[in-house]
Ligand binder design. Sequence first.
Ligand code: ATP
Ligand code: MG
Length: 462
Amino acid sequence: MTMTAAVDSGGSEPDRDGGVTARVIPESEHPIREQDIDLEALKVLYRLRDAGFSGYLVGGGVRDLYLGKRPKDFDISTNARPGQLRKLFRNSRTIGRRFRLVQVFFRGNKIIEVSTLRSQSEYDINEPDKVLPSNNTFGTLEEDAFRRDLTINSLFYEIETRSIIDYVHGVEDLDQGVIRIVGEPQRRITRDPVRMMRAVRHAARNDFTIEKKTWQAIVDNRDKLTLCPPSRIRDELLKDLRSGASRPWAEICIRSGLWFTLFPFYRSMLTGRNAGKGREELLAVLAALDRLYSAAGDRRVNVPEYMLFAAMLLPWACHRFDLPGIATLKGAAYSQLMRAIRAELDQVFGEQFNVKRMTKETIATLFVHLVTFRQHHRNGSWPKWLEKKSYFADCSRFYGLYQEARGGPEVDVALFADTPADEQPVATAGDRRPGSGRSRGRRGINPAFSSRKRGVFGLRKG
Ligand code: ATP
Ligand code: MG
């Protein structure tokens, strides 16, 4: 049985039935239990309630709990204003220029984000830099539901009655495995094209089907993604590469054409005569990435940003530079290849994604050394001189991924155990591994070439 109750009417956009009522699903009819909710999030919710405010668990937290998954984070919405929140939570701070959000701090660097119910999405505005008077942006529960991206992300879990409040038929879509943009998809995507990436992401992660109108709007508007700031696209892209579902994500992106808006340089490889083979190669390397994330279980895996991008670019680089076809690489040929890869990466992958020069440099180093590593690989071990190289740790991990993608043995997950230093590739003139000699203290991998001339054409000696 489902109760239908009027909750907070007054929104500007009607739901699919043309009304303004929400479906309220009582605890007896949904799977979310209080003990599944993060303790600190509960503390915030109860503090709000005790102070006379309403508090709701929102967004991905409700979605994932409903699906029996462990949410990444627990976001909270309330009718309390940022100033009231700051008074209520002593250990907190306000962030955000356009939309102020309060972060509540707990022990162990834990942060719970609390936002006041809003009438519009921060991305739905024509003048993104304009600071709005704060009372212009607050909204009702209903308005807050309609400003969100997908129906499955627009649910509220209310702590007092332990019920789910659903204005957008999100529970139905969760039950049926459907991805649907809230409101009119063409319009919502035009206002914020990143919503296309979010729809594809959640379809891939949950193995859901994208509803027809939403799908058509994605296909029609796929090129609008280029209108979004590169750094936002890059961040969204990294979420997908780290999701553990990057293979199905790429499949949906290719099918919808979004892939070619994101990566036009892949077009000839994935649409030409050998499209099937190219596609298999791409999906195989992403499957290897996904396996790493799923094999990690409760351990944290950290594949650094440069390696994620390199994995995604690998099949293209193999084709473009015939990396598997190069038997040996020495001296001038080596530096020529490095230069060629660098130049091409700059062209196809630099600006569009706001990728740092150092990241591109590291990606080029990973690609060039695939040849070196294949050349010197002997029954699972490497020559000592190679093991001493500063780039050894990263290049051997990347070589492992490459091998796995080509049907070789699975790369060891332990090699990707979380170490914060992984995120800081440093290309400097030092030729030893961190801690193994003079370049002690330098982290990440170093490029193949030294600024000091010591080898042939600047190539470092082994
Ligand atoms: P994840 O598990 O990846 O964190 P999430 O749905 O929680 O998934 P967030 O990026 O944390 O994703 O966003 C939190 C919520 O904010 C979403 O669930 C959605 O309701 C809303 N949201 C995020 N991005 C948009 C957007 N571009 N337009 C409208 N609403 C958005
Ligand atoms: Mg989230």
